[in-house]
Design a protein around this ligand. Structure first.
Ligand SMILES: [Mg+2]
Length: 159
């Protein structure tokens, strides 16, 4: 059985800084966690949340699987780091943690998908937080396979 994330949240902006106080670095998924697919703009709420996270002194990085260019535009605007994460494989995440000199216990991954974000966090041995996807418009494979399996896992977790 897949272990649970440290907590669940309705969306990123509902995550309070004090819930992340044990972490020095926060890795954030982009698609359906921060923006809809192909979108470059953040909502006011998400902008404010990112700003307060960055201003709190934590290292914040976008760990996206897709479109580095789009993630880069976002990351530059808000003073975040960015890298292509190849989730659920943990290698890029592990490399980033090592390069930046953190302990695994000091890093948390925030994302919307069990089979990419959450699994990558498990494999990289870091904590994870799951948020609800912004929309149910996903890539076709995600929609047909991952989201169905996610339902099963969420049901098991809720028991
Ligand atoms: Mg996502």
């Amino acid at each position: 059985m897949i272990s649970k994330p440290v907590f669940f949240s309705e969306n990123v902006e509902s995550i309070k800084l004090k819930q992340l106080k044990k972490y020095k670095a926060v890795l954030i998924d982009v698609d359906n966690t921060l923006t809809k697919h192909h979108e470059r703009k953040l909502t006011k709420e998400k902008k404010y949340w990112i700003e307060s996270l960055v201003n709190s002194g934590k290292k914040v990085a976008l760990a996206s699987n897709t479109s580095k260019k789009r993630a880069k535009i976002l990351s530059e605007k808000f003073g975040m780091d960015v890298f292509v994460a190849y989730k659920p494989f943990p290698l890029a995440i592990k490399k980033w943690i090592k390069k930046n000199g953190y302990k695994k216990s000091e890093v948390v991954m925030i994302g919307d998908q069990i089979f990419t974000d959450h699994l990558a966090a498990i494999f990289a041995n870091i904590d994870s937080v799951l948020v609800k996807p912004i929309t149910n418009k996903d890539f076709i494979v995600t929609r047909l396979i991952s989201r169905r399996l996610e339902k099963i896992i969420y049901n098991l977790w809720s028991k």
